[in-house]
Design a protein around this ligand. Structure first.
Ligand SMILES: [Ca+2]
Ligand SMILES: [Ca+2]
Ligand SMILES: [Ca+2]
Ligand SMILES: [Ca+2]
Length: 449
């Protein structure tokens, strides 16, 4: 059964769940002083609206005078969706037992985690069924998860299901948040949490060491909102501003040589490039006529003078035109300094200083072979390095993520909204990965000073 038809079958049950959600909150719901969400990971792996659904049911009546103390995170009828620790902590209870040698097996399956600063999170109705059954014989708690065991944010702790008093309902995680012993509404905490799409220790530390200057990323929406990440970490702090129109091709560069990269865009509809020298809202500081409608801008410092310029990937010719100066304001771009050809128009070129000599050169992604190739001079010829990297559909981005002076590959995977970065130009698991959401563009932002 595919997911879509499963969702259709479940619609009446979801409607019931939502009807319950619509009941008014009761005044006697516990209400501790809540300083707001810590930096948490969403407790169910998936993407809102695709793999899970929830609404604010905190305080809703649950019979016998009880009210709902949690948020029910439904998983569209699927049991066994990974449940992860919302934050670093220590397992406090397994099935309401704090004894590692007596886990109340007949009460499977629930977990409680003690976090820093008086926070606790509870995970209820974890799976207790063998696949395809409702037999109550399974153990939906991950191996090694016992009272007293330390867990990390995003670590797999179990799988969702219908255990306890949820037998017969659709599978969901009942998630509770407690602060200093009092239950608080978990919904705002769920809303603010980082979604992760695979269980595993979440990446929350920046890859950039202290006192180093590293590249970061910027997301650009079609609405023209640019959100510049302060650094690669969770939670992300961003500066957001408007620049450009729908349909513009965005990029970043250091146009004035002050060490800070700022926005530019190519408006294919009028053939002009517009650049701005600060990461703030406003009109372009410089505009010049750029090229043919299907030309792709390639930004870099190709002559090592400390300023970025906009070169051209002309797909129709499979040719790179290197241009070392920006155009004069309101006028055209000067003639290219030189050009060279790539082997195929199906390659996707990018720019970076792969050898750290201060001069940007061209690399390219070959989606047909899932490889990237890098060349350390701007000329035709064999690549200096080729290695397997990236799936079809991935978008390569390049930056100095660790601040050691050379640019290495990363990729943004639109299918899951994750950013994967490597610190060496080699085929290897990502050195860093994190959630980037689902922007239209995710670009290297470069140094910010
Ligand atoms: Ca600048
Ligand atoms: Ca330059
Ligand atoms: Ca170089
Ligand atoms: Ca580097």
């Amino acid at each position: 059964m595919n997911t879509l038809s499963l969702q259709r079958v479940l619609t009446p049950m979801l409607a019931l769940l939502l009807a319950i959600a619509a009941l008014p909150l009761l005044a006697n719901a516990a209400d501790a002083a809540d300083p707001g969400p810590p930096d948490w990971i969403f407790p169910v792996v998936g993407t809102d609206g695709v793999d899970f659904a929830y609404s604010d049911t905190f305080g809703a009546p649950r019979g016998a005078g009880r009210t709902h103390h949690g948020v029910d995170i439904g998983t569209y009828g699927i049991k066994g969706v990974p449940v992860v620790a919302a934050a670093d902590g220590v397992i406090k209870d397994v099935n309401w037992s704090s004894e590692a040698d007596d886990l109340n097996e007949e009460r499977c399956c629930t977990l409680a985690i003690q976090h820093a600063d008086g926070w606790e999170t509870w995970y209820i109705h974890l799976n207790n069924d063998d696949p395809g059954t409702d037999n109550g014989l399974a153990w939906g708690i991950a191996e090694g998860i016992l009272p007293g065991v330390e867990v990390k944010a995003g670590q797999l702790i179990g799988w969702d299901g219908d255990s306890g008093n949820a037998e017969g309902t659709i599978p969901h995680l009942h998630w509770e948040v407690h602060l200093n012993g009092a239950v608080v509404n978990p919904t705002p905490h769920a809303d603010a949490a980082l979604r992760i799409l695979e269980a595993g220790v979440a990446s929350i530390e920046p890859p950039c060491g202290e006192d180093l200057v590293c590249d970061t990323v910027v997301s650009v929406e079609d609405s023209g909102v640019w959100s510049l990440w302060d650094q690669l970490q969770w939670p992300v702090t961003k500066d957001s501003f408007y620049f450009g129109n729908p349909g513009d091709l965005p990029f970043m560069g250091d146009w004035d040589g002050d060490g800070i990269e700022t926005p530019g865009l190519y408006r294919q509809s009028d053939g002009f490039v517009y650049v701005r020298d600060s990461n703030t809202e406003g009109i372009a500081d410089l505009e010049f006529f750029f090229g043919n409608p299907d030309d792709v801008p390639l930004v870099g410092d190709f002559d090592g003078d400390g300023r970025d310029s906009v070169s051209i990937w002309r797909i129709s010719e499979a040719r790179i035109y290197i241009i070392d100066e920006l155009g004069a304001d309101g006028e055209g771009l000067g003639a290219a300094e030189y050009f060279f050809d790539l082997d195929s128009s199906s390659l996707v070129p990018f720019v970076g200083d792969f050898d750290g000599d201060g001069i940007d050169t061209i690399g390219y992604h070959d989606p047909s072979s899932s490889t990237v190739s890098l060349r350390n001079s701007n000329s035709a010829g064999e690549p200096d390095i080729t290695f397997s990297y990236g799936d079809p559909g991935d978008r390569i981005i390049v930056g100095d993520w660790d601040g050691d002076g050379d640019d290495t590959v990363g990729l943004y995977r639109p299918s899951n909204g994750r950013l994967y970065l490597n610190f060496e130009n080699a085929s290897a698991p990502a050195d860093w990965n994190g959630s980037a959401g689902f922007p239209k563009y995710l670009l290297t932002a470069g140094r910010q000073g």
